[in-house]
Design a protein around this ligand. Structure first.
Ligand SMILES: [Cu+2]
Length: 97
């Protein structure tokens, strides 16, 4: 994504924006479904002993080593499914209300 476009899409954290945590452990995302609002931040934390990633069309964490976290600000009112491309059975969903 071009820097200008990224800047235009970036929304300051509005009052009331929340932070949601998804733990990656035991080859699972939990909670598997997270419900958020635009402007909220989701933090994925890899507590597993393996490398995992969070991958969707508009959200790509890159590979997360054990102990790493990845923060993602939800900018659009659009729900999406994601998976770990290293272990495609690992799936999750972000529901944006
Ligand atoms: Cu994985």
């Amino acid at each position: 994504m071009k820097p200008l476009l990224a800047a235009l899409l970036w929304l300051p954290l509005a009052a009331g924006a929340a932070e949601h945590h998804v733990v990656i452990d035991g080859m699972k995302f939990s909670p598997q479904v997270v419900q958020v609002k635009p402007g909220d931040t989701i933090v994925w934390e890899n507590r597993d002993m393996f490398i995992h990633n969070v991958t969707a069309a508009g959200a790509k964490s890159g590979d997360l080593a054990p102990g790493k976290t990845w923060r993602h600000v939800v900018r659009e009112k659009m729900s999406f499914d994601y998976l770990c491309t290293l272990h495609p059975v690992m799936k999750g969903r972000v529901e944006v209300k």
